[in-house]
Design a protein around this ligand. Sequence first.
Ligand SMILES: Nc1ncnc2c1ncn2[C@@H]1O[C@H](COP(=O)(O)OP(=O)(O)OP(=O)(O)O)[C@@H](O)[C@H]1O
Length: 543
Amino acid sequence: MAKISPLSRFWGLLKIYKPEIRQIYFYGVLIGLVNLSLPLGIQAIISYLQTGELSSSWVILVGIVLMGIAVSGTFQVMQLRIVENIQQNIFARSSMEFAFRLPRINVQQLDKIHAPELVNRFFDTLTIQKGLPKILIDFSLASFQIIFGMLLLAIYSPYFIVLGLFLLLVLWLMVKFTGPQGLKTSISESKYKYQLVHWLEELGRTQRSFKVSSKTNFHLRKADDITLDYLKHRESHFKVLLLQFKSFVSFKVLIAAGLLILGGILVYQQQLNIGQFVAAEIVIILIINSVEKLLRVLDSIYDVLTAFDKIGFVTDMNLDQNGGKKTVTPEQASTIALTKVNFSYPDNKGKVLKDLTLSIPSQSRVIFRGKSGGGKSTLLQVIAGILPVSSGDILLNGVPYHNYDKESFNSNVGLVFESNQIFEGTIKENITLGREVDENYFKEILDALEISDYIGQQADGVETLMDSGGRRTPRSIGQKILIARAICHQPGLLLLENPLQNIPKEETHAIIDYLTDPKHNWTLVVIADDDYWVEKSTQVITL
Ligand SMILES: Nc1ncnc2c1ncn2[C@@H]1O[C@H](COP(=O)(O)OP(=O)(O)OP(=O)(O)O)[C@@H](O)[C@H]1O
């Protein structure tokens, strides 16, 4: 897929907020116009003062100037409200987008990426939030101010038009030639920022290991290396900013010199009176300030474009394809058939599954055994529909996997992986994942897995909070909660990877008896080495 440029992403976002942005610009134009009342009013006031009279017209003029300032302020408040709405909306949109996408990202895309690290990119939403008012308000305000200022000056003398156009050309050329480089350096700077955060997170995760071996300073050296890379790239970015700043300073001098000299000549030649000259000076100061504002906004533009690039990395990841329309009847026992299935990991040349043909009848109890690295876990993930086969056929109840509606297919599967899948939430949330579970059945599985007593001892029962990874929960309880999660919706296909590893031996028989009980409709596939599993199984497949 072609990479989308950060600028296109930015335009894409602006499109969503077209009506709001139109309003912001409308107010921007009004503010630009109203702001001209200041120099024009002052010009008129000076003219009145020069006549030596303190007439009521003078009072009216002063009133108009003050009103101009107040009205322009009111418009700015309106702009702020609109931008705030956009900012809030961007945050909500981004949080939903991340929450929607994360579980659906194709696992092969995540093969070499630590998914929690990916989530760090969410913080770039805040960069976009913060940068947006600057870009939408300050940038537009400054641009309108420059344009209107130039137009007003043009009324005083057509020479100002030529000067104005020339200066705009210089400004445009400067941005055109330094802009892309600024974006490039900003993106590489941020790459190392994320690398550093990732390393610090890894340090946090494995804190105890580093605590006992902190003498090697390995953790510091690694952080130092990344920091040095970051600083190197930040320096390159700063150099671009500096170049732009220097060019802008020259530009400012150029504007000031051009406008002042031209103004002076025009007064000298009596084409401008002194009131007009003062007004022109005020407009010139406004223009110079606006140019300064544009310069400051440029840095925010880089930040925002870089943020789009970072977030785009997540939002561009392929999601699971929602294959077909066929649905799986809930609680339907599943028959699985594999014919000449091959599977290899993207950067692993050898085939993990080679021409594998096997059949798993409905309601059977199948055990996968075999040497380490034999492909048991891979096969389980293929059967779960998580890993797509490279070639061959895989059927559920006689229908190819890809013909199923993904959501319906997934809702029929119960899974336990070896990796720790406990998240921060209550025991109940960890078991049900928000699914409606029949109360009697829920109680039955807690009893069968022998976790009722543990839950009963907790102050908040099933509402007791578990921490991330279930750190403070006994490991056997954590594992039982994961088994409860896999069976609480009575799946038709139950896939378990070494589900009883942390459970005391004396408790495992009762759990195996329960899981293999013919009263359950599910087809059970287990990776296990325990002889009792084999005893209770209907089929053993060695890989
Ligand atoms: N994400 C991956 N990318 C590349 N190769 C992988 C990946 N996951 C597993 N492998 C490789 O595929 C082969 C099969 O691994 P798999 O985990 O399926 O075996 P296993 O029988 O479950 O092993 P174990 O009993 O040790 O868990 C191994 O050689 C492993 O190194």
